[in-house]
Design a protein around this ligand. Structure first.
Ligand code: NDP
Length: 253
């Protein structure tokens, strides 16, 4: 039920942070992995670690999820190498932390194009293959900003709120094709993204520790169990949900 042997998962932004944590989790239950991100050296290192630690196949692809031709080529190359795509994890994401009045339209576009439009392009690109195969799983990565606002998180929050709406719409649209589409909403996870946030937002570390009932930052490995569940037969009647994995952050005031 929680097995991915013989299955193939594409993880965008899978070369570091949460994406790599999830990719390693899916490999640990036997899935072959495609890591799709911009920095080839970082992706090669991540893929090599997956191969040696889990003995699965790992394909590394240089992809910018903002570019439709690169996203389409990502799916073609996956099919050339592995002949199937069973799981897509839309994880690639960026943030630019500024007050709304200081955020340029170009910065707004960069965030929305990566976090939201990129997820749409990837979902659209895998759909024909999943439909033809009789089903598939798509996991979109939201955020606590899918639920809450933040002064310097306007565009990021809009993208992550959009991820939840997109998840529900895709789940409704593709249920008849046996494609389940769900979102994970990570709490505060210790990665490059939030290490920068801790520098840019004064007091962030203390706020996170105070509000998270589990009393610690999450680690990329904390997302693995939920990602395995939402990628495997265990979740076959679950679609359109947005599941917080946050140490209780969203349950607490
Ligand atoms: P990281 O900065 O560590 O990872 C981001 C990943 O996205 C990198 O692998 C990066 O690879 C990739 N990426 C960025 N832009 C693109 C692009 N245009 N095309 C392809 N890949 C891209 O951050 P996290 O691991 O923290 O974030 C991963 C996801 O989790 C994001 O969607 C983020 O919003 C979300 N998230 C993170 C939380 C946290 O607390 N850390 C909390 C909630 C959500 P490369 O640079 O090589 O392209």
């Amino acid at each position: 039920m929680f097995n991915l042997k013989g299955k193939v998962a594409i993880v965008t932004g899978g070369n570091g942070g949460i994406g790599l944590g999830i990719a390693r989790g899916l490999s640990s239950v036997g899935g072959d992995i495609v890591l799709a991100a911009r920095n080839p050296a970082k992706t090669a290192e991540a893929a090599s670690g997956i191969r040696s630690d889990y003995g699965v196949r790992a394909l590394e692809l240089e992809v910018d999820v903002r570019k439709q031709d690169q996203v389409e080529s990502m799916v073609r190359k996956t099919l050339d190498s592995f002949s199937r795509v069973d799981v897509l994890v839309n994880n690639a994401g960026i943030n630019i932390r500024k007050m709304p009045q200081d955020l340029s339209p170009a910065e707004y576009d960069e965030i929305l194009d990566t976090n939201l439009r990129g997820a749409f392009l990837c979902a659209k690109a895998v759909y024909p293959t999943m439909k033809a195969a009789g089903g598939g799983k798509i996991i979109n990565i939201g955020s606590m900003t899918s639920l809450f606002g933040g002064a310097k998180l306007m565009a990021y929050g809009a993208s992550k709120g959009g991820i939840v709406s997109m998840t529900r719409a895709l789940a409704s649209a593709w249920a008849a094709d046996n494609i389940q589409v769900n979102a994970i909403l990570p709490g505060w996870i210790d990665t490059d993204l939030t290490r920068r946030g801790r520098v840019e937002i004064q007091g962030l570390n203390e706020q996170v520790l105070a509000r998270t009932p589990m009393g610690r930052w999450g680690r990329p490995e904390d997302l693995q169990g939920t990602a395995i569940y939402l990628s495997t037969a265990a979740s076959d009647f679950v679609t359109g949900v947005a599941l917080p994995v946050d140490g209780g952050y969203s349950a607490n005031i």
